[in-house]
Design a binder for this molecule. Structure first.
Ligand code: UDP
Ligand code: MG
Length: 333
């Protein structure tokens, strides 16, 4: 039997403090598999020594590859690029900061061998993350689940293994502003989870400040739900009905009693409140329109400045389909 090939994709952005450690821990785990593997670092426009460090690792270790982005395109895009380049029968995505322990990889592979096409890591505990991060992220996954029809498992990150079939299917999904784990759920296939404890970041700061987190959340929601757009309808109908009832009340007071409703302050309050609601709705629509505009422009998802240790000839070769229907991809030399 031909040995299977495992690809590991690691997106990195300003990770000079952790790269050596994650490389050596991943290396130990991958060597133990005694199967061919490739370790693909996707440098997402780091401004520190990250690409230099990876470049020197590439020189001494031909199993390590580098995709160097021309600028910062974002975490989800970096993952996508890694999957585009990966040649393995199974592709594993893991964060560089060792929050996802590499030692869980053999468990993912074991599940894959049992016949699952997607094996995601499910966070049982989260260590060393701020209360704020844990709260917002728990809330986010639950709101997202309420809003979407796609069954996206809660508390799972991008740490997962996907089969070659899934990777190929994913390549057909061209959308920008991607929420990769959502798209993988949307694809279907046989999926399962493996629980693990999320570790503390090995070193350095999170590369997801609040601004990026919000953008990420909006990408996820707009990619998988129209419900925020419907909100305008519901709020609109409720407010109009309420307004109409109040109008009748005001008319009643004027026509049948001696008192009338007065007050500049109450007028202003109601006015400002509902103008706020209207603007918020416009903003929600804007979020969708902005994303439609991104799609319409049709720009490439990412631009690569340099790639290292990829063998273009092998990459260009089509997969060899075996008798049992399994595709084999030749590994780069
Ligand atoms: N990352 C990236 N591009 C970015 C932000 C982050 O490639 O614009 C990478 C980062 O180097 C790390 C992974 O994405 O390997 C997850 O980021 P981080 O650990 O900072 O996020 P957190 O775990 O705090 O949510
Ligand atoms: Mg992290």
């Amino acid at each position: 039997m031909n040995k299977t090939v495992i690809s590991v994709v690691v997106p990195v952005y300003n990770e000079e403090a952790v790269i050596h450690e994650s490389y050596s821990r991943l290396k130990v785990v991958l060597e133990r598999l005694s199967e061919p593997y490739e370790l693909i670092f996707v440098n997402d426009g780091s401004r520190d020594a990250t690409p230099l460090i990876i470049r020197s690792i590439c020189e001494s270790d031909t199993n390590v590859r580098l995709i160097d982005f021309a600028r910062n395109f974002g975490h989800q895009t970096a993952i996508t690029a890694g999957m585009d380049y990966a040649l393995g029968d199974a592709v594993i995505v893991i964060d560089a900061d060792l929050q996802d322990p590499p030692e869980v990889i053999p468990e993912l592979i074991a599940k894959w061998r049992e016949g699952f096409d997607v094996v995601y890591g499910q966070r049982a505990k989260r260590k060393g993350e701020t209360l704020f991060k844990r709260f917002t992220s728990a809330a986010f996954y639950r709101v997202l689940q309420k809003l979407t029809d796609v069954d996206i498992p809660v508390d799972t990150g991008d740490f997962r293994l996907i089969d070659r079939k899934v990777c190929d299917a994913l390549k057909q999904v061209k959308e920008r502003n991607r929420y990769v784990r959502g798209i993988i759920s949307w694809l279907g296939f046989r999926q399962t989870g493996v629980e693990f404890d999320r570790e503390k970041r090995f070193a350095g700061e999170t590369k997801y400040p609040l601004k990026k987190m919000l953008r990420f959340a909006f990408d996820a929601i707009t990619s998988f739900s129209y419900k925020p757009l419907k909100l305008a309808t519901y709020v609109g109908v409720t407010v109009s009905l309420g307004g109409f009832a109040y109008l009748l009340f005001v008319l009643y007071l004027k026509l049948f009693t001696d008192s009338t409703v007065t007050g500049w302050a109450s007028m202003m309050a109601v006015n400002l409140f509902f103008n706020g609601v209207v603007l918020m709705m416009l903003g929600i629509i804007g979020e969708y329109i902005g994303r439609i505009y991104d799609e319409a422009k049709g720009r490439p998802l990412y631009v690569v400045r340099e790639e290292l240790n990829f063998n273009r000839e092998t990459r260009a070769k089509p997969a060899v389909v075996q008798k049992n229907g399994v595709k084999r991809y030749p590994l780069a030399a």
